[in-house]
Write a protein that binds this ligand. Structure first.
Ligand code: NAP
Ligand code: GCO
Length: 259
């Protein structure tokens, strides 16, 4: 079981004050990693640090925007001095905008692409030199069902997450010779603040997702922890450029007949 150990490793999870990022960070901590996370403002970071502490984890929190290359480079250098060189990067920070394409402004489209696709590129480029110097590193990009499927109103998000799948494959090709594995996790529909509007009582999407999921339930953030530990550990040293879908079977399923 040592192959799944993250003891002595430093993991940076972006946007991890709550939600999927928080659950993954807590899981990586449980496997022995030192946790570093960021969010957009000090209030969120402070709340995150308190939440990690309540879970028995001493997390290091930093305030920076993953789309701002100067802020990212400044903070990766700061983290290297204050905590250590990053061994594991989880590109989790992301947003969604649910707007019909005919009504979506170019600015709104660009915002989603910037955070969900440019951000992971900027973050990966910033941590790569430290990983290359150590000839070792793990990068995990949080993709989506929308890396493979489309649906109404999420054109920008699907374009970003489809691009993130291909960025995962391309960086895997570029950095494999340096001992770095770049993979993705593609969550299904997970109960977090991001999907809360879709789960409001009586919202048709709730029944729709349960009919499209063989497991007939929404995913929990904890469903993503084991896959994240696997891709962050030596257990996945020969897995590269792969998106591991954790979706309860959605991508395998045509859908349940209405009763
Ligand atoms: P969430 O609850 O909305 O949390 C996203 C986190 O990212 C928030 O802490 C947010 O901070 C932070 N963030 C946003 N923009 C940022 C930026 N520019 N720089 C730094 N941090 C930023 O989302 P989630 O449901 O946990 O999803 C996390 C990731 O999983 C996202 O990439 C999402 O696309 C993906 N995903 C989610 C699901 C799902 O069903 N929930 C399924 C598949 C994939 P603020 O609070 O300040 O906005
Ligand atoms: C939506 C949802 C999805 C999930 C997730 C599915 O509006 O369709 O928000 O996009 O967030 O990405 O994997």
């Amino acid at each position: 079981m040592n192959t799944f150990s993250l003891k002595g490793k430093i993991a940076l999870i972006t946007g991890a004050s709550y939600g999927i990022g928080y659950a993954i960070a807590k899981g990586l901590a449980g496997a022995g990693a030192t946790i570093v996370f960021n969010d957009l403002n000090q209030e969120l970071v402070d709340k995150g640090i308190a939440a990690y502490k309540a879970d028995g984890i001493t997390a290091h929190g930093y305030v920076f925007d993953v789309t701002n290359e100067d802020q990212v480079n400044e903070h990766i250098a700061k983290i290297s001095k204050e905590v250590g060189v990053i061994d594991i990067l989880v590109n989790n920070a992301g947003i969604i905008r649910r707007t019909p394409a005919t009504e979506m402004s170019a600015a709104e489209f660009r915002l989603v692409i910037d955070i969900d696709l440019n951000g992971p590129f900027i973050m990966s480029k910033a941590v790569a030199p430290g990983m290359i110097a150590k000839n070792s590193g793990k990068i995990i990009n949080i993709c989506s069902m929308m890396s493979e499927l489309g649906r109404e109103t999420v054109s920008a998000y699907a374009a970003a997450k489809g691009g993130l799948k291909m960025l995962t494959k391309n960086l895997a090709c570029e950095w494999a010779e340096h001992g770095i594995q770049v993979n993705g996790i593609g969550p299904g529909y997970i109960e977090t603040p991001q999907t809360a509007p879709l789960r409001e009582p009586g919202h048709p999407f709730d029944q729709f997702i349960k009919s499209r999921t063989p497991a007939a339930r929404w995913g929990k953030t904890d469903d993503l922890v084991g896959p994240a530990i696997f891709l962050a550990s030596e257990a996945s040293n020969f897995v590269n450029g792969h998106v591991l879908y954790v979706d309860g079977g959605i991508l395998a399923y045509l859908g349940r007949l209405p009763k």
